[in-house]
Design a protein around this ligand. Structure first.
Ligand code: UDP
Length: 476
């Protein structure tokens, strides 16, 4: 620590789901590696699921109750219940925790609060502590801007939709050319939340409120890098003067953190056998398709069947993550069609959960069939693996639009899923034709740029240092 500056102590609190916890853990590791004292706050429920992680010098885990009961946790609207419950119950415990931390021997007082999206209520904790706050918004920069613009889309009458026919009559292809830095976007790309018929849509209001509340924070942190989204980031600078693009976080971690423990934590148990299966693949490198729809997506049994029989028809080897709950309730692997495993025997591996970053970087893997979640997209970019995109929720549509359009590393599946198209896209990507070669070349280029951004002197590397400096100044 420099002379005259107090130790910076960041208290981090993500929305309690994998898509928010994972990047926040990486940010926590990166801050800790730069000498910032870190307290990572989970909900009690996730603290148990993570098997009570133990911290280390200058990096502690704490937890607060989320206010849900057993019935809430299996309810179809459990994420909404969680969101509302956190808002109602968590501010006082977080404030109390921050105050208690500052009284512990050897622990510096909390000097800043870092939250993920969807927990903007915690900005008030920072206000009460009179310390600055930062938001790690977990989407791309284009995803963030689209969410910010939901308000204007509502006010200008683009959404809610007038009736169901607007979902299929071409209305979603309406060009939206007035969002600065994003001239080629269509309404349907902006977000799943514009696809509502409900004028009082809860999700739409929550998203726009949460994104707009980022303006109350001292700074906005994004898991992206400048080259990848330069136009929109430059345009965003007028509205958000302090944006720290420090990603891809997975790449930054790899480069800057030697002994990380926290980022390996996972709410699900990773199946180690899939790595051995990849190691033993007899085909040339890059032959295996990795298939995963992230931690939240729920498929209908019909969609699951279209993916399954499309993969079966493609005749390519694949590793598929079918987590419990992928098909609603607790259903997962047991929902796979009868005969599917027999039909793909010898070239398929089904796991409930895997170490995705390692899988994507394994030499056997050459393609990713993904729901286009932002963490998955950045992990694929860092691994240099092109994608087949099947978006279905929130920012996944805009991530897919950019992956397939601007970055040239994705093939999009139609919204009405058909096994023939799944098989044809898999063949196109894994078969090595002209389009696949172009995508592979683009993916290799983005991988190199992601590496360069996170190297000393790169934009993301410098931005992390600036952020740490900011935390130190504010904490002094
Ligand atoms: N993930 C993983 N193992 C799996 C599937 C997913 O570790 O078997 C991780 C993945 O690496 C990513 C996160 O779960 O970091 C999913 O985040 P994303 O933003 O892609 O999607 P979400 O789950 O938020 O829809």
């Amino acid at each position: 620590m420099e002379e005259g500056k107090r130790a910076a102590h960041a208290m981090l609190f993500p929305f309690p789901c994998s898509g928010h916890i994972n990047p926040t853990l990486k940010l926590a590791e990166l801050l800790h590696s730069r000498g910032v004292h870190v307290t990572f706050v989970n909900t009690d429920h996730n603290h148990q699921r993570l098997r009570r992680p133990r911290g280390r010098e200058g990096f502690r885990f704490e937890s607060v109750a989320d206010g849900l009961d057993g019935a809430d946790r299996v309810a179809p609207d459990r994420t909404v219940r969680l969101y509302l419950s956190l808002r109602k119950t968590c501010k006082a415990p977080l404030l109390d925790l921050a105050r208690r931390l500052g009284k512990r021997e050897g622990v510096p007082p909390v000097t800043c609060v870092v939250i993920s999206g969807l927990v903007s209520f915690a900005l008030a904790v920072a206000d009460d502590l009179r310390v600055p706050s930062f938001v790690l918004w977990g989407t791309s920069a284009v995803g963030f801007v689209c969410t910010l613009r939901l308000r204007q889309l509502r006010q200008r009458g683009y959404t809610p939709l007038k009736d169901e026919t607007y979902l299929t009559n071409g209305y979603l292809d309406t060009p939206i050319d007035w969002i600065a830095g994003m001239p080629t976007v269509r309404l349907g790309d902006v977000s799943s939340f514009v696809r509502t018929l409900d004028p009082t849509s809860f999700a739409l209001r929550v998203e726009e409120e949460e994104a707009n509340s980022c303006a109350r924070a001292q700074g906005l942190i994004l898991n992206t890098f400048h080259d990848l989204e330069a136009d929109v980031l430059d345009a965003l600078g007028d509205e958000f003067p302090r944006v720290y693009t420090i990603g891809p976080l997975a790449a930054a971690m790899h480069r800057r953190v030697d002994h990380h423990v926290a980022s390996g934590l996972s709410l699900w148990e990773e199946d180690a056998a899939c790595m051995a299966w990849l190691d033993a693949r007899p085909e040339p490198p890059g032959s295996v398709l990795y298939v995963s729809f992230g931690s939240l997506a729920v498929l209908s049994p019909g969609q699951l069947a279209e993916f399954a029989w499309g993969l079966a028809a493609s005749e390519r080897p694949f590793l598929w993550v079918v987590r419990p709950g992928l098909v609603g309730g607790d259903r997962g692997m047991d929902a796979l069609p009868e005969d599917f495993l027999a039909a793909t025997k010898g070239r398929s591996f089904i796991a409930e959960w895997c170490a995705q970053e390692q899988v994507l970087r394994h030499r056997a893997v050459g393609g990713f069939l993904t729901h286009s979640g932002w963490n998955s997209t950045t992990e694929s970019i860092w691994a240099g693996v092109p994608m087949i995109c099947a978006p279905g929720f929130a920012d996944q549509y805009i991530n897919c639009r950019y992956a397939c359009g601007e970055w040239g590393i994705g093939l999009r599946l139609d919204e009405e899923l058909r096994r023939e198209q799944v098989a044809a896209h898999v063949e196109e990507l894994m078969g090595g034709g002209k389009k696949a070669q172009d995508m592979r070349r683009n993916a290799a280029e983005w991988k190199a740029r992601a590496e360069a951004a996170t190297e000393p002197g790169g934009s993301a590397y410098e931005n992390l240092d600036k952020l740490v400096e900011e935390l130190r100044v504010e904490g002094s």
